[in-house]
Design a protein around this ligand. Structure first.
Ligand SMILES: C[S@@+](CC[C@H](N)C(=O)[O-])C[C@H]1O[C@@H](n2cnc3c(N)ncnc32)[C@H](O)[C@@H]1O
Length: 213
């Protein structure tokens, strides 16, 4: 995080983040997301990836036949998603779109809406964004929210006193009606690999919900 930039603007913060980040970082799918999709949504459809970063999840989904709208606030990240789609031969199935999700949200209904590690130091109405994410799920579709449940040593949050919501709190904050089935609501641990190949045990907060028809 830059010391000379007030963390009040999402584009400024995340552009700076991606400008410093190796373009190859974050181009592999998050293993938790990949496992969930493989288990819960094996047949491809339309997907909306919120806060897609370098597009690891979006590109992996597209490679499995999903038609993916990949949303981020940082143009540099979206440029790298587009480059990854060209390199992977999936430009027809990856649609990088810039939104500041605190202000605007993509139109449409999707078979899969995912938000993996949609964390930011900028104050945004995050719970409201995730409620809009749920509203964008088509009947029979899946909402997948994966969050950090602990701070990795290479995270920009390292050293901060962070209290992460429990999986149940994440689910409750979505304020859903009865037309949803909980597929996953737990906090598994795994070995994560950070920049430079460093590894650490981390906890994820995983909520996967299916909208019933
Ligand atoms: C911690 S990163 C996670 C990236 C990716 N999902 C992953 O798992 O590697 C959070 C992402 O959310 C994006 N983001 C933060 N605030 C945003 C906002 N207000 N609107 C859209 N995207 C935002 C950032 O640019 C960043 O790519």
């Amino acid at each position: 995080m830059r010391d000379d930039v007030a963390v009040t603007d999402s584009t400024t913060f995340w552009e700076h983040h991606y400008a410093r980040l190796d373009a190859g970082w974050g181009t592999a799918p998050n293993p938790v997301l990949a496992d969930l999709v493989t288990a819960l949504a094996p047949a491809p459809g339309t997907a909306l990836d919120l806060g897609c970063g370098h597009g690891g999840d979006a590109l992996w989904l597209a490679g499995r036949g999903w038609d993916v709208t990949a949303v981020d606030v940082a143009p540099t990240a979206l440029d790298r998603v587009a480059a990854g789609a060209r390199a992977g031969g999936v430009t027809d199935r990856v649609h990088p779109v810039r939104h500041d999700l605190a202000r605007t949200f993509p139109a449409g209904a999707f078979d899969l809406v995912c938000a993996t590690y949609f964390h930011t130091p900028v104050e945004i109405p995050r719970a409201e964004v995730l409620r809009r994410a749920a509203a964008a799920v088509a009947p029979n579709g899946l909402l997948i929210v994966v969050e950090h449940g602990s701070v990795a040593p290479w995270s920009w949050q390292n050293g901060q006193d962070v209290r992460f919501p429990t999986p149940e709190e994440v689910r409750a904050a979505l304020d859903l009606d009865a037309g949803w089935r909980t597929e996953r609501c737990h906090a598994p641990r795994r070995t994560a690999t950070g920049p430079g190949g460093r590894t650490a045990t981390v906890t994820d907060t995983v909520v996967a919900l299916r909208r019933t028809p």
